[in-house]
Design a protein around this ligand. Structure first.
Ligand SMILES: Cc1ncc(COP(=O)(O)O)c(C=O)c1O
Length: 389
């Protein structure tokens, strides 16, 4: 393969390039097929070439792709309504193009709230160790992994790191405005927060009129088996951010909030955010996924997937410690972190794609519509890989 001579060397890419996909299977230039347990890191929620979605895209491309947010965009309004209704929260939406932008928007909203709602301004945002909130300067600083901060300062002030939720509660002081967290840390090891601890945090923040920001960029859009992981936790965040799976491959992000009047015209915006194309596609994806959830197939296939993960943990105790995660966001914890890259590379050779998370976790984020047949074949190939390890 020709090296990426004109590309900055920002990624440790695996030695493969895909030319097409169908359902949850990808094909390389030689026609070799790969079962996809990664969905482009949680993006391709409907897999590849979903017929209904392709039709929607064709139709919309023949009508209109983009106008600026200077004008009304009907599909954006419809999409906001749909997202709010699915969330069951009384919120409003702002559309952008990625997870980092959604979190950046959440940070701006929290800062304006902190600067306007109290007699003395509040600005500190507490985040949790090993979190991942994005790669812009502010969201990188919000990401509580200090090894990633080394070269890019100076940063905006006011991000405080807690080792866990109990410490986050203890760190709240007079200048704190919000706590921001992932209910399952995606990049940080498929680590799920304790429901009761999160509820305690929610109560503490509500009592002080401070904000709970939940980053659902990876956990959201049915990845957890519910539309939002926050619904499973039975919490009511003040701000939720979404991106990845919303439009199954078309860039889109959302910051949704119950603080409907804090940001006003001119405070924030986006050129591309919420355009005709991305929101029309998002509307269709959400319709398909809602129906898929209601059919019971999502839950049934998550359970089917779990059986294979449990089988691997039970059968290979020298390799795996346990399985982590929830819904279709799963991790297998390796005993030996040195085996992580080898297993991912060998899995690729054997025709199944898996991801890493943290130092020693094999991460599984399959398309939400993956079939039982594809799951079975993917795990056959993955088990063969484990037997070779
Ligand atoms: C929880 C979480 N937040 C934010 C982001 C950043 O999203 P993006 O890469 O779309 O900017 C990610 C990406 O992996 C994520 O997992």
């Amino acid at each position: 393969m020709n090296e990426d001579s004109y590309l900055l060397p920002l990624y440790n890419r695996l030695n493969v390039s895909f030319v097409k996909g169908k359902k949850s299977v990808l094909y390389d230039e030689k026609g070799k097929d790969y079962i996809d347990f990664t969905s482009g890191i949680g993006v391709n929620s409907l897999g590849y070439c979903n017929k209904e979605l392709v039709k929607t895209m064709e139709k919309q491309a023949n009508k209109i792709l983009h106008t600026s947010n200077v004008y009304h965009i009907e599909s954006q309004e419809k999409c906001a309504k749909k997202i709010v209704e699915l969330s069951t929260y009384d919120m409003k939406c702002f559309f952008c193009n990625s997870g980092a932008e959604a979190n950046e928007s959440a940070i701006k909203l929290a800062r304006k709230y902190g600067n306007t709602a109290f007699s003395t301004p509040k600005y500190k945002i507490i985040t949790i160790q090993n979190s991942f909130h994005g790669r812009t300067i502010a969201t990188l600083k919000a990401t509580a992994q200090e090894d990633k901060h080394k070269y890019f300062g100076p940063y905006p002030d006011g991000f405080i790191y807690a080792k866990d939720i109990t410490e986050a509660i203890n760190l709240i002081d007079d200048s704190t405005v919000a706590v921001m967290l992932e209910l399952i840390q995606g990049e940080g090891g498929i680590y799920m927060q304790d429901v009761n601890k999160v509820k305690e945090l929610e109560r503490t923040l509500k009592n002080k009129k401070l904000l709970l920001i939940v980053d659902e960029v990876q956990t959201g859009v049915y990845r957890s088996g519910n539309f939002l992981m926050s619904q499973y936790f039975a919490i009511k965040p003040d701000i939720i951010t979404l991106a990845k799976g919303l439009a199954s491959g078309i860039p889109i992000g959302v910051m949704m909030t119950s603080l409907k009047d804090v940001l006003t015209a001119g405070d924030h915006g986006s050129t591309f955010g919420g355009n005709h194309f991305s929101t029309t596609v998002c509307n269709k994806v959400l319709d398909i996924l809602e129906e898929y959830l209601n059919s019971g197939k999502l839950e049934s296939n998550i359970n089917y997937f779990n059986k294979y993960l449990d089988h691997l943990v039970d059968s290979y105790p020298k390799i795996f410690l346990q399985r982590n995660g929830w819904g279709f966001m799963k991790g297998l914890v390796l005993k030996d972190e040195n085996k992580l890259s080898e297993i991912i590379n060998n899995a690729l050779e054997n025709g199944v794609l898996v991801l890493k998370s943290g130092k020693n976790i094999i991460r599984f984020l399959p398309p939400l519509t993956i079939s039982k047949k594809e799951i079975k074949e993917g795990f056959n190939r993955f088990e063969k890989t484990i037997q070779q390890s």
